[in-house]
Design a protein around this ligand. Structure first.
Ligand code: PEP
Ligand code: MN
Length: 334
């Protein structure tokens, strides 16, 4: 159950509500986000909730019959839009295409990609500077200096950036140079990181764990929300299955289900989802049909020379074709 409290609620009113709730048998957790104060009530309790609804300071009360609460659309029935500023939004009526290299490799590459994105109407650039790599000898990204350069290149061109944070200790340094924090599949249940991101007023995109369930992804989002940050985006990036013909299995089912269960925007990542360049376009378009609010695509001036994930990265011509087809598909308004 979720109680939304009045915007200008006084401490004395909160105390009275808490005292009353203590008599009901619910376990009560207070949540304060950048937008609102909530109380989350858990427990199998028989109680006439109209009594809670009529307490002074209670704006609304909602019954939520899901394991997760604040990210469920059982209480918030309208889709959430994440406002990145400068009229760039993610979710609801704003279909997002985020694109860029797997790794930020240097200034020349960053400028080349950023100029390409601007010329093609893309508003959000992706690129990792802290790279989780299976082998410790692989390219692990240029770190914070690379991020500063990446951010400046994008700011000069009116682009927003999304980049991966691997550890809570990186957040403070990254904060001034990041528009959307990406939590990678390998950190999908790093609860310290999720809690820490919950204390920022920056958008967070949560990738599904490679062996994580849909519910686990939603519970990861619940961590961020309940720690105080409502600006959450969910991302389906493929899961590990028995199939060996491709890197991961992009779970289109998850897109449909997440859209149905949660009010949060859902982005598809077909680059990691299938991991083979020639199929990325098809899976991106399929994700749109499944209901995704956007796609995140790896693109590079010369994918064959990329320092990471070149095998799944589109060149500019392929990316341009995908933008054209995705835009046409969205325009059907199905
Ligand atoms: C990436 O976006 O380059 C990445 C490492 O993603 P994931 O965590 O989904 O593997
Ligand atoms: Mn990658």
């Amino acid at each position: 159950m979720i109680i939304q409290l009045e915007k200008d609620i006084k401490t004395t009113q909160i105390d009275t509500i808490s005292e009353y709730l203590a008599t009901t048998g619910y376990s009560v957790s207070g949540v304060k986000t950048q937008f609102m104060d909530y109380l989350v009530l858990l427990g199998n309790v028989k109680h006439d909730i109209r009594k809670i609804g009529s307490l002074d300071g209670v704006a609304d009360i909602h019954y939520v019959n899901d394991a997760y609460q604040l990210v469920s659309n059982m209480w918030k029935t309208s889709p959430t839009t994440i406002d990145l500023g400068d009229n760039i939004k993610i979710g609801a009526n704003d279909f997002s295409i985020m694109a860029g290299p797997c790794s930020i490799e240097g200034e020349e590459q960053t400028i080349e990609v950023a100029d390409f994105l601007v010329a093609n109407g893309i508003k959000i650039m992706r690129g990792g500077v802290f790279k989780p790599r299976t082998s410790p000898y692989a390219y692990r990204g240029g770190g914070i200096d690379s991020l500063k350069m990446f951010y400046k290149v994008c700011q000069d061109r009116g682009l927003k950036i999304i980049t991966e944070v691997m550890d809570a200790s990186q957040i403070d340094d990254m904060l001034p140079y990041t528009d959307v924090f990406q939590v990678g599949t390998r950190n999908a249940q790093n609860f310290n990181l999720l809690d820490a991101l919950g204390k920022c007023d920056k958008a967070v995109m949560l990738k599904r764990g490679m062996s994580g369930t849909i519910e686990e992804l939603l519970q990861a989002a619940e961590y961020v929300f309940s720690s105080g940050n409502e600006k959450i985006i969910l991302c389906e990036r493929g899961i590990r299955t028995f199939e060996k013909a491709y890197r991961n299995t992009l779970d289109l089912n998850a897109i449909a289900i997440l859209k149905d269960k949660s009010h949060l925007p859902v982005i598809a990542d077909p680059s990691h989802g299938i991991g083979i360049r020639k199929y990325v376009e098809q899976m991106a378009l399929a994700s749109i049909v499944a209901g995704a609010d956007g796609i995140i695509i790896e693109t590079h001036p010369i994918p064959e020379k990329a320092l990471s994930d070149g095998q799944q990265t589109l060149n500019f011509l392929e990316m341009q074709q995908l933008i054209k087809k995705a835009t046409a598909l969205k325009a059907l308004n199905f």
